[in-house]
Structure formats: structure tokens, C-alpha cells
Design a protein around this ligand. Structure first.
Ligand SMILES: Cc1cc2nc3c(=O)[nH]c(=O)nc-3n(C[C@H](O)[C@H](O)[C@H](O)COP(=O)(O)OP(=O)(O)OC[C@H]3O[C@@H](n4cnc5c(N)ncnc54)[C@H](O)[C@@H]3O)c2cc1C
Length: 425
């Protein structure tokens, strides 16, 4: 059996893993990135809708396929709420190209990328300055490889084996999702479409994302335990779209079945280990989007890991700085969004209808456009609540409590939030 020495072993070649590998390699650390699939970026498991911040972090726009300016949200009875900004508010990416470009950038910075290489387990061994993680990898050629690393970064997605190997707690909720890509021009190519309702997509929503080439990514995320599969909800959504556009939805070109982790986990670091991205449940609870959060947390993880490697202290107490730092920057938004999600989960279809009716008022639509930000949706939520007492009256207890909690923690909403950057709908 062969053995490899490295400063950092990164497990997973998605956006979070490649970003952490890049930021560590460019600081001069030896990095080995192990990806279980034979090709980076395949299979694709994503609608690829992101904000400008993701392009900024990736340092390129080469993976952008299309730009969108707004959304149409369909109520359970198919009444539309439409809003459109004057300029681009979000980007539709080739997700496989994003992953490829990020891995390529990490490799150019000096990281070694091993595809077809699966992490299967690890233990910490050795004493004092000789202490290392001994990780076990299995290659597609059937070879077992041992890696001795000072640090392991688990960027291995929702079912993280690194988290399991290091006994870090998993997210409580994992939403099954199904998405298909199909040649279907559908509605307005400058808007995404969102479908709400307990019949179509209980627990999250259905989506239709145009990619600018006449194709669309159509999918659903649902709460588990409803007695139906995500595929069945997807079928219902397709029938809905067929009724809406009076033509059959064609068979999919590509399909995705995946899980979306929701909810903060207590620890995303431990002795010689850090988790980033979906492995750490760094996902926006109101949309299930995790590219921005995962990539940003990867930058933070690399910064903390660099300091810890320099000091030679990779113990749990030292790496806990990572938990503090990313939760300090994003934890409040995720926490507020989780609370709003819990309210959303309790809504009946008639209550959702009423909610969208209130949001259709002209001033409310203006605020949605002005403050809508796919990475920080609770900012617009608070604006809307402050603006419309009728919205507050829909769920007086829960929303008043939410506003109070937010005010305690965010005294001045207009103050710049770290790295909030450009707005995106
Ligand atoms: C249907 C769907 C649509 C989505 N749409 C959007 C969207 O529009 N916008 C958005 O921001 N987010 C979206 N998301 C969420 C987004 O896809 C994830 O948040 C994002 O991919 C997380 O990136 P990551 O690098 O943490 O993990 P991943 O992208 O999951 O990458 C993990 C990598 O680790 C590898 N791996 C796993 N186990 C091992 C192992 N044992 N050894 C080696 N390698 C391993 C995997 O092969 C994979 O390449 C969507 C998710 C789903 C399911």
C-alpha cells in the first residue's frame, strides 16, 4: 500500500473543496484534493443560480450561461406574483464548468487533484509534532492509499463521510430534491419561476430556471416524510407546467436526485478536521442554495487553517476559531432564515395565497426589487414586514417575535454587512 504525506487533505472537489484547496495552496501549503468521481463537475447536482458574489469569489465569469432579472412566484392556486429589476440580479451557471474552473485554479496554485479517489475513513495517530491524520482512500483502480495529513477538510457534501469519521453531528433535516434539465422555453427567459404550495412542493418550492439556450432546469425540493417521493412531486409540477403553458413537458436531458441539508450543526471543526459547504450544512434555509455560503466559508476555513498550520496547532480549540468566524459572518442570517422557514412550514395553502396577495401590493413589490438578495433574503423580509402591518397581522405572534429577535441582534439594518457586496434578487 502506498502512503502520501501532505499538509492538508481536502475531501471533495465541489465548489467548497476546490475553493479551500486553492486558498491553502496559494498560501504555500501542500494540498491533496481527493474527489470520488472520475471527473470534476460530474454528475451535476444543482440549478446553478447564484449571485454576483460567487463570480467574484471564483474570479471568472466563464461559467455564466445566462442572466436573470427577477422572478415569478406562483401561489398554490397558480396566481402569479412577478417582480423584475432593471438590471441583472442573478446568474445561471454551467455548474460543471464552475466546478472544473475552481479545481483548475486550485491545481494552478499548486494543489494536487486526484479524481476517482474516495475517502473511506481516518484516524488520528502519532505523538507531539509527529501527530497526523491517517486517512484511507480507495481509488477507482481498486488501490488502497494511505494519506498522512496535518489537517483534513471535509468538503464531501451532504452525506459527508469525513463528518462521520470524526464523529461530528449531522444536520437534522435533509430535504430530498429532484431536478431535470429539459429543452423547454417556458415563460419569460429573464425570470426564474417559483412554485409554492403543499400539494406541489411541501417544505420548500418548485423551480423553473431558464439557462438562456431554450433549456430549463425544473425541480422540486420537499420535506421528507410526506409519503411521496421528490420524483412524484416533480411529476406533479410538470403536469402543472403543462397546464400553464398548454404544451407537454418534454422528457429530461439530465436528471439529479440529491439531498439538501438544512439547519446549523453544532460544530464544523474538531481535532485536525474542518467541514465546509454542504458537509457543514452551510446552506441557505429559505432556498436550499449553498454555493455562495459554501465558497465563502471555504475562504474563511482556509484563513483559519493557514494560521493554525503556521502555529503548528491543529487541535480542536485552535480550529474552533473557524466556527466562530463563519458563524459570526453568516450565522445570524442563517439563523433568522431558519426561523422564517419554520413559520413557512406551518402555512396552509390559503395562508400562502394571502401572503402573496399582500406581497403583490405595489410598494411591496418595489421593496422586493430594491432589497431582494438571494444570499441575504431576511433583509428584504424585514423591510417588507416593517412596511406592511397587514403582513404582520397574518401571523402576528410568530412574526413579531422574529422581528424582536432580529432587532436585538441587528440594531441597524442599513449598516454594511461584511462582504454583502452587490445585491442580487
Ligand atoms: C437539485 C438541487 C439544486 C440546487 N440548486 C442550487 C442553486 O441554484 N444555487 C445554489 O447556490 N445552490 C444550489 N443547490 C445547492 C448546491 O448544489 C450545494 O449547496 C453545493 O453543491 C455545495 O457544494 P459543496 O462543494 O459543499 O458540495 P458538493 O457540490 O456536493 O461537492 C461534494 C463533492 O465531494 C465528493 N465526495 C463525496 N463523498 C466523497 C468521498 N467519500 N470521497 C471523495 N469525494 C467525495 C462528491 O463527489 C462531490 O464532488 C442545489 C442543490 C440541489 C440538490
Amino acid at each position: 500500500m502506498s502512503a502520501i504525506e501532505t499538509d492538508v487533505l481536502v475531501v471533495g472537489g465541489g465548489p467548497a473543496g476546490s475553493n479551500v484547496a486553492y486558498h491553502l495552496a496559494r498560501r504555500g501549503h501542500s494540498v491533496l484534493l481527493a474527489e470520488e468521481h472520475g471527473q470534476i463537475g460530474h454528475p451535476v447536482q444543482c440549478a446553478g443560480l447564484v449571485s454576483q458574489r460567487v463570480l467574484d469569489m471564483a474570479g471568472t465569469q466563464k461559467m455564466v450561461l445566462h442572466e436573470v432579472r427577477g422572478a415569478t412566484v406562483w401561489s398554490p392556486s397558480l396566481r402569479p406574483l412577478s417582480f423584475k429589476a432593471p438590471g441583472t440580479r442573478a446568474y445561471v451557471l454551467s455548474r460543471s464548468k464552475l466546478d472544473f474552473l475552481l479545481a483548475e485554479r486550485a491545481a494552478r496554485a499548486g494543489a494536487t487533484i486526484e479524481t476517482g479517489t474516495k475517502f473511506v475513513g481516518a484516524e488520528v495517530g502519532g505523538e507531539g509534532s509527529e501527530e497526523r491524520v491517517v486517512a484511507h482512500l480507495h481509488t477507482a483502480l481498486g488501490e488502497d492509499v494511505q494519506v498522512r495529513a496535518k489537517l483534513v477538510v471535509g468538503a464531501d457534501g451532504v452525506a459527508s463521510q469525513v463528518a462521520r469519521a470524526f464523529r461530528l453531528r449531522r444536520p437534522i433535516e435533509i430535504l430530498p430534491a429532484f431536478e431535470a434539465e429539459m429543452p423547454f422555453p417556458g415563460g419569460d427567459p429573464e425570470q426564474v419561476e417559483i412554485y409554492l404550495g403543499n400539494t406541489l412542493s411541501p417544505g420548500l418550492f418548485g423551480w423553473w430556471v431558464p439557462d438562456g439556450s431554450g433549456r430549463a432546469r425544473v425541480g422540486v425540493g420537499v420535506r421528507p416524510g410526506t409519503g411521496k417521493t421528490a420524483l412524484e412531486y416533480y411529476g406533479a409540477l410538470c403536469r402543472q407546467i403543462e397546464r400553464q403553458y398548454h404544451r407537454p413537458v418534454p422528457p429530461p436531458v439530465e436528471m439529479v436526485v440529491a439531498g439538501i441539508p438544512i439547519g446549523l450543526v453544532p460544530r464544523t471543526s474538531g481535532d485536525r478536521v474542518m467541514l465546509v459547504g454542504d458537509a457543514a450544512a452551510q446552506v441557505k434555509p429559505l432556498s436550499g442554495g449553498g454555493i455562495f455560503t459554501g465558497m465563502r466559508c471555504a475562504e474563511i476555513a482556509a484563513e483559519v487553517a493557514h494560521g493554525a498550520l503556521e502555529k503548528g496547532d491543529l487541535g480542536a480549540a485552535s480550529l474552533q476559531e473557524y466556527d466562530r468566524a463563519w458563524k459570526g459572518e453568516l450565522g445570524e442570517e442563517l439563523d433568522r432564515a431558519l426561523y422564517l422557514r419554520r413559520i413557512f412550514l406551518r402555512l396552509s395553502d390559503p395562508e400562502m395565497e394571502r401572503l402573496l396577495e399582500v406581497l403583490s401590493e405595489r410598494e411591496m413589490l418595489g421593496s422586493l426589487v430594491a432589497f431582494g438578495d438571494i444570499d441575504f433574503p431576511t433583509i428584504a423580509a424585514r423591510k417588507l414586514l416593517a412596511q406592511s402591518p397587514s403582513l404582520l397581522r397574518l401571523f402576528p405572534k410568530a412574526l413579531s417575535a422574529w422581528l424582536r429577535r432580529r432587532e436585538e441582534l441587528v440594531p441597524d439594518l442599513e449598516a454594511p454587512v461584511a462582504r454583502r457586496g452587490r445585491n442580487a434578487t
